[in-house]
Design a protein around this ligand. Structure first.
Ligand code: CP
Ligand code: NVA
Length: 320
């Protein structure tokens, strides 16, 4: 049984912080259930006639396609607007885009630069707004990440995850907050100056005190990966930071996830990357394509996790 009644209906998902500890667990349970049912040939059309708008100010493969496919598989539809078509804050204000789209669609996914645009859109829209990646957070990615870890490790609580790379980027922040709410043991290894934002760490530590999650930020990638069950990395240069690419390549050079680094993890450790990867930069081909890599399971899980989010935000009530 999948239920859509955990109090999320009509709300926005701008950040993992928008979900309480039990709400996060419920969304993950729904995602696992929808995935199981889909694979068994049970394809409930839980969102008939509902339409989702995706506003994408940055490129996307996974986010765009998985949200569009999720809506169609659930009996609804989606319309995507690409960077040149929106002009958010230039052709038209965030306020007006939010208010107009609220008259046409049932929910909005926004992929943008400044996180403030996501919170402004959520404040002005009368339909749920889902953060499809901002400079500060990527909550849909973190939900898919937790689903993937739970599938491969059989649980979340106490699983030791090492994130090696930019501790202050959107993927690291979302993972940090989600880890804290689900009892993971997360070590982030990043260069000095690339730590998570202090307010993100403070939120995560508050949740960790309740769930038993252990959260550490270290500077030595080898120490972070030692004994880990999961080794996770993301690009050194995120979208919008291209002017810093040269500098970042130098700063992060010793944070590459390669075979010697992964050898420090548990023998059955899995390797994760949200993709797209800059192959040969933050991760080597042999690791990304190797037997421990679960990156395509992780990419697939964007679909199942987002279906769960859409069902909880938009579906009427208990779903059979
Ligand atoms: N991981 C992720 O969000 O991929 P896209 O940028 O392709 O959407
Ligand atoms: N940190 C990356 C994630 C891409 C999905 C970026 O923002 O470009």
């Amino acid at each position: 049984m999948v239920t859509g009644t955990v109090g999320l209906r009509g709300r926005s998902l701008t950040c993992i912080r928008d979900l309480s500890i039990p709400e996060l667990a419920q969304v993950l349970a729904t995602a696992a259930s929808l995935k199981r049912r889909w694979r068994a040939g049970d394809r409930p059309r839980l969102l008939p006639g509902r339409v989702l708008a995706l506003l994408l100010e940055k490129p996307s493969l996974r986010t765009r396609v998985s949200f569009e496919v999720a809506m169609r598989q659930l009996g609804g539809d989606a319309v995507s607007l690409l960077p040149q078509e929106i002009g958010l804050g230039e052709r038209e204000s965030v306020v007006d885009v939010a208010r107009v789209l609220s008259r046409y669609v049932d929910a909005i996914v926004l992929r943008t630069f400044a996180h403030q645009s996501v919170t402004d859109m959520a404040a002005q829209a009368s339909v749920p707004v889902i953060n499809g990646l901002s400079d500060r957070s990527h909550p849909c990615q973190a939900l898919a990440d937790l689903l993937t870890i739970a599938e491969h490790r059989g649980r979340l609580r106490g699983v030791r995850v090492a994130f090696v790379g930019d501790g202050g980027n959107n993927v690291a922040h979302a993972l940090l907050l989600a880890a804290a709410k689900s009892g993971l043991h997360l070590r982030i290894a990043c260069p000095p100056g690339y730590e998570p934002l202090p307010d993100m760490l403070a939120s995560a530590r508050a949740d960790a005190a309740r769930t038993g999650a252990e959260l550490d930020v270290v500077y030595d990638p080898a120490a972070a990966v030692e004994g880990a069950d999961v080794v996770y990395t993301d690009v050194w240069t995120s979208m919008g930071q291209e002017a810093e690419q040269h500098l970042r390549r130098a700063v992060f050079a010793t944070y590459r996830v390669d075979a010697p680094l992964v050898a420090r993890a548990m023998p059955d450790a899995i390797v994760m990357h949200d993709l797209p990867a800059h192959r040969g930069e933050e991760i080597t081909d042999d690791v990304l394509d190797g037997p421990r890599s679960v990156v395509y399971d992780q990419a697939e899980n964007r679909l199942h996790a987002q279906k769960a989010v859409l069902v909880h935000l938009l579906a009427d009530s208990v779903l059979g």
